[in-house]
Write a protein that binds this ligand. Structure first.
Ligand code: DX5
Ligand code: ZN
Length: 223
């Protein structure tokens, strides 16, 4: 049996207390920290860049899962590698030389992922699937935390799972957006290995306890 993992997204953490908030989920047993990078261009919001990631790297041993919601990601990959990313995911819609971008990420010893927006069908990833360590199915339109899960994403997760399994890449499926304690079992059951949750974890008074509570639901999911 495979167990899915919950990856807290620091987008909903307290940006003036990142170290404290990261420490809370790390102490609660988190292994992966999802870091949302937004450029005010690909998405209408602006978050953190390489200097902040570098500072985060110094205070945590968690796997840093960096989700680049930025235009021209290939221009920035090396900066996020140097800043300490363990996984770098680029948006399919922002990449025109995706095969090259994924190869560049992997060449640096970092895992490479591709995210698809709700409007992009899974079959667009057919050719690059063997070069992906992760496919990220966006279950909201990227840009903001706290949005509602788009139900049709469940079908896409199943398709992405089939694609990765048939490409034998050994890659993971990640799902991001609108995940909470009520829908997480269904999302994991559809074939997600990594489930991102921002507001559901950091929107609570005690993010560490909430991390444990949501994770315990994942332990019940048969996959
Ligand atoms: C949305 C980001 C998500 C965000 C999810 O653009 O990519 O990672 O943090 O937030 P919630 O879990 O609140 O939907
Ligand atoms: Zn994200």
């Amino acid at each position: 049996m495979v167990m899915s993992k919950l990856a807290p997204s620091i987008l909903s953490a307290d940006f003036s207390n990142l170290s404290r908030d990261i420490g809370l989920v790390e102490a609660a047993g988190a292994e992966i920290l999802h870091v949302d990078v937004m450029d005010g261009h690909f998405v209408p919001n602006l978050t953190i860049g390489p200097p902040v990631l570098k500072s985060i790297r110094k205070v945590t041993g968690l796997t840093l899962d960096v989700h680049l919601m930025i235009s021209n990601p290939d221009e920035m990959v090396s900066s996020y590698v140097e800043a300490g990313a363990d996984i770098i995911t680029v948006q399919y819609e922002a990449s025109c030389h995706l095969h090259r971008t994924l190869s560049e990420i992997r060449k640096n010893g970092v895992k490479a992922g591709v995210a698809i927006n709700p409007h992009s069908p899974v079959h667009l990833l057919e050719e690059v699937a063997p070069y992906c360590d992760m496919i990220l199915v966006m279950s909201v339109n990227p840009g903001f935390g706290g949005q509602a899960f788009i139900a049709s994403s469940l079908e896409k997760i199943k398709k992405a799972r089939q694609l990765l399994d048939s490409s034998r890449s050994g890659g993971l499926i990640e799902v991001d957006g609108g995940i909470n304690i009520n829908n997480i079992a269904e999302v994991a059951g559809a074939g997600a290995d990594v489930l991102v949750a921002g507001s559901a974890v950091f929107g609570c008074d005690d993010p560490g306890e909430e991390f444990k509570r949501i994770s315990s639901v994942l332990e019940q999911v048969e996959r």
